[in-house]
Ligand binder design. Structure first.
Ligand code: NAD
Length: 490
């Protein structure tokens, strides 16, 4: 059976149907992965320089079509065109970096063989995995999956991409544009579909899955892949904290924390959801963020758009209600701020640490601000979560010192989200925010495996890997180990 079924994408502003896409069946997903395997073998035969040329051609084509891409992102997610354009340009930046740096990062490396093995040469090669399955979310439908797609392709793999069912058009357009530059059929294929299509991809013959989405789904993906020992990268949700120290630039902290929490309707995995502000500057910070927040409103032409996924509105409402019932105060908004499909900005103060607005990912334009007596209390509370994606620290003098005590994958000092736009640094989380890394050299290495090759350069009289090993060789190795490694005891 092939792709008989279809499903529709919607404009979240109006609810209108945008287009229909194939709901790719399990059989078709499996067949696509088989075709991708042949493509991966052909792609691996290309030199790194040839691969770079192809990917830079795709990069140029995406750049040429950036307006078309941004318009489609806006249609499917509801975000403002300026945000959609920024997202597309950042994705293109990552593709260019991956294409240009793959050869240098993944080239063979010689390693020292050590005194006892001086007659051997040792080297490590980074070998493409084969076919990488990428499963994406809807909140950044080009930026997020391209963090896996471009790095996996640059590392020499073929890719099968399952976009979110909320943003299938952006995925399909990416595939169509790649097709125009691809020297090989089926090197990058997009399989649109509902969650079952994602399930099928995790059960197919892929060599790795790179998943971005909710923690709940990530656990199912990891469990499915574990049955066949297929490795996974999991980029999941967060509950990112912002720490505002006593020596912070409060205008900057208020401006950036507000944008981080509210932009994209709060649907940013690395967006601020909690602020811990030092008591001594809390009143001033709260006054500054209030003035700014009063000017922010959602709408088709607003500062941000609707909730892309209508069911998320219930989660946002429940977190606001739970915080209110436990005693939180409203600086901006109220329990009536959810007005489908939009959510007005909500900023709550003194939010109990056991309320879901603090413990769970809200994924809406809400922010909880709590006062702390010391930086160490801020750090403790920032870390007291099952998530560990990213964080921001506002401090003129202690930014690095505070950052180093945070249990998360990425920290911005005196800025927010900046690391996502720097292609040379890895992106990813710890704890329930996932594992593995995209972006940067680590993101290229993630889509390869290390193959060690050692070679005997010449034979020496002392052999260890043979039944001919002599008592003298035994003595020699003991003496050598003593000489080399016994100094630590003084
Ligand atoms: P989701 O988990 O509902 O879906 C993600 C993708 O998985 C979709 O394509 C979906 O069809 C597919 N899917 C669903 N069930 C599946 C299954 N059992 N097996 C395989 N695939 C399946 O997430 P979402 O609502 O699309 O995205 C929002 C979430 O993504 C938020 O939690 C957000 O924080 C997170 N996110 C994380 C990052 C990051 O880099 N860490 C980036 C963006 C979004």
């Amino acid at each position: 059976m092939s792709t008989l079924n279809t499903f529709s994408s919607h404009n979240p502003n109006s609810g209108a149907i945008l287009a229909d896409y194939p709901n790719t069946s399990r059989e078709e997903v499996f067949a696509t992965v088989d075709r991708a395997r042949t493509a991966s073998q052909q792609w691996q035969a290309f030199s790194p320089r040839e691969r770079k040329k192809v990917l830079l051609r795709w990069c140029a084509l995406l750049t040429q079509e950036v307006e078309q891409i941004a318009a489609l992102i806006k249609e499917e997610t509801g975000k403002p065109i300026s945000d959609a354009t920024l997202e597309a340009t950042l994705a293109i930046g990552h593709l260019a970096w991956a294409a240009k740096n793959a050869e240098k990062v993944l080239g063979p490396q010689h390693r020292p063989s050590g005194l006892l093995m001086f007659n051997m040469s040792a080297s490590v090669e980074h070998v493409p995995l084969g076919v990488v399955g990428v499963i994406g979310p809807w909140n950044y439908p080009i930026f997020t999956p391209m963090g896996s797609i471009s790095y996996a392709l640059a590392a020499g793999n073929a890719v099968v991409f399952k976009p979110s069912e909320y943003t299938p058009g952006v995925g399909a357009l990416l595939g169509k544009l790649f097709h125009q530059v691809s020297p090989i059929p089926h090197l990058f294929t997009v399989v649109t579909g509902l969650p079952e299509t994602g399930v099928a991809l995790t059960e197919s013959a892929v060599d790795k899955i790179s998943f971005t989405g909710s923690t709940r789904t990530a656990k199912k993906v990891a469990a499915s892949c574990a049955t066949r020992m297929v490795p996974v990268v999991l980029e999941c949700g967060g509950k990112d904290p912002v720490i505002v120290a006593a020596d912070a630039d409060l205008d900057l902290a208020a401006e950036y924390a507000l944008w981080s929490a509210m932009s994209n309707a709060g649907q940013t995995c690395i967006g601020a959801e909690r602020v811990y502000v030092l008591e001594s500057v809390a009143d001033a910070f709260i006054a500054k963020i209030k003035v700014r927040a009063e000017k922010v409103h959602p709408g088709a032409q607003g500062s941000y758009g609707p909730a892309t996924m209508p069911s998320q509105l219930n989660v946002i409402q429940s977190h606001i209600d739970d915080a209110a019932s436990k005693g939180a105060h409203f600086l901006i908004g109220s329990t009536d701020s959810v007005k489908a499909p939009y959510v007005e900005p909500v900023i709550m103060l003194d939010v109990p640490e056991n309320s879901t607005a603090i413990t769970e990912e809200t994924f809406g334009p809400t922010l909880a601000i709590n006062r702390v007596a010391s930086i160490s209390e801020a750090i403790t509370l920032a870390n007291a979560t099952r998530y560990g994606l990213a964080a921001s620290v506002f401090s003129k003098r202690h930014g690095k010192e505070i950052s180093r005590q945070l249990q998360c994958g990425m920290v911005s000092i005196n800025s927010v989200i900046a690391f996502a736009a720097i292609a040379s640094v890895p992106f990813g989380g710890v704890k329930d925010s996932g594992y593995g890394r995209i972006h940067g050299p680590e993101g290229l290495l993630e889509f390869t495996y290390a193959r060690t090759i050692v070679k005997q350069l010449f034979k020496i009289p002392l052999v260890f890997t043979s039944f001919e090993r002599t008592p003298f060789a035994d003595k020699f190795i003991k003496a050598a180990v003593r000489l080399l490694h016994s100094k630590g005891l003084g």
